[in-house]
Design a protein around this ligand. Sequence first.
Ligand SMILES: Nc1ncnc2c1ncn2[C@@H]1O[C@H](COP(=O)(O)OP(=O)(O)OP(=O)(O)O)[C@@H](O)[C@H]1O
Ligand SMILES: [Mg+2]
Length: 548
Amino acid sequence: MNDRGVTAEQERTSRRRLPLPDWPTTRQFLSALSALGITLLVLGLMNIWDFLHAEQSNWLHFANSILLVGGIALIAFTFHVARRDLVAPLTELRHWVNEMHNGNLSARLPKSDQPDFSKLYKDINALAERLESLSLDLQSEVEQQTQRTQQKTHSLEILYDIAANINAANDLEDLLTRFLHTLKDVVDARAGTVRMLTDNGEMQLIASSGLDPEVVKQEKLISIDRCLCGQAAKHGEVYSLDDLTGCGQFAGRPFFESDNIEMIAVPLRYRGKVLGVYNLFTTQHGLVEREDMKDLLTSVGHHLGMAIEKSRLDEEANLLSIMEERTRLANELHDSLAQSLASLKFQVRVLDETLHSGEESALWEELERIENSLDEAYTELRELIAHFRAPMDKRGLIPAVEQAIERFRRNSKISAFLQLEWGKTKLPVEVEMQVLRIIQEALANIRKHSEANAVRVLMRAAPGQDFLVMIEDDGIGIQDKIIEGGPGEHLGLKILAERAARVRGDLKIESESGEGTRVTLTFPMPIEEPENDGTVAVDFPAHQTSKL
Ligand SMILES: Nc1ncnc2c1ncn2[C@@H]1O[C@H](COP(=O)(O)OP(=O)(O)OP(=O)(O)O)[C@@H](O)[C@H]1O
Ligand SMILES: [Mg+2]
């Protein structure tokens, strides 16, 4: 094949088909004949005139005249033959071409007696016949295609309607009600139901429209092995049934007064899994035999299956977020207010002892401490109520930690060191709050359980390393015995772990009897989130140590 895409064979054929010589057209041929005839006529007349006026008969003239007449006769004959064998067939051909051109594909050439044209006419007629049949085939194909396109458009409109209604639904019940109404209208159905498969192989009717309430009651829960719905669910196929007597017997009463109703069962699918079945009860028999309708009902089944699953997932996610929120609230209460109240309880016990000792100045001191603690607890509570946020110092994490350590020192009389290698590191508020809460709970545990003399809190932010927060004491260490408590008790360490997970961190609790306890939190650089109120800014520092 050459670069123009023409094969060698095609080239040879085109070379063999040399252009035909440029023969005169019929009209030119006849004009030439006429001119020849007129010339011969003039010559003949001149000859005759010469013959009549010549003094002596000239036989040559006579012969000329005879030839002339013969020539004229010959021309007349040729003219006649040309008209009959050439002009007439060409006129017929032209007429046929005009007819075809005007769209009359049934036009045919008449039978010709002229042998050359007879064969040509036959071939042309055969071609015309083929063309006509092709055109008819094409026409019917176009008609079918148009019909199919119209059906598809109609199906798409229905699907769009259903999808739009499903998407506008607020909850599952609303979704199913909207679905049944739209579908009933679309296929002009008398009633419709939606059944879901349960875990123990039954089918639960979760929505219905247009059915007798008594029938609905009886149909609430049916076995998957029962009748058509079960088959549709088991095989994932669309089925129809035009005799509902069996269903009526199961339900203990006929579904409808009229017998002329067909039931259609369509599976509800989601990701290849059958979730249930929807039914339509309609007077239009044989709907599912129509390929377009079957496809439409199947697509609707997919749509509804997907919408039901989505609605379920939404509900689950909603429930989960409510539970998460509750856990968060409980954790906040545990790590803030509960600790403050526990500390108050401890202070009241000290007050009691001071009262018994009778030292007035110590009494006033204790009372002032209790008043301060009450103030702090009250502020924490107001903060929690107002914003449900940690009472985080507005200046950031470090001042809040310093404040917590100061309070710890006041309430416990244990010496506390804060070792800061943190610089001007600024983390998102949520992360800072988790870090503060972890330190607060670790300090509360030290105060309550450790019997320690000293505590060290280390906070380190070093380039290219995870953040580190460590709280260690020199107390008795965590005892091995299993601590049991009522609901809401001994939650601190569990919450610590949850908080560490929230900052994608790692929490280690190391303790040996008599050797103290060390709580270590390491966590990576938080991922920046656009909704965070502050960006993560880190400025790595020189060492600073403060004793509180
Ligand atoms: N620093 C510590 N020194 C000694 N024992 C500790 C220390 N921290 C925790 N423990 C022990 O671990 C147990 C569990 O601590 P956790 O914080 O989970 O509960 P809790 O402090 O008893 O109660 P809650 O924190 O719910 O008020 C404590 O009861 C205590 O026995
Ligand atoms: Mg605790």
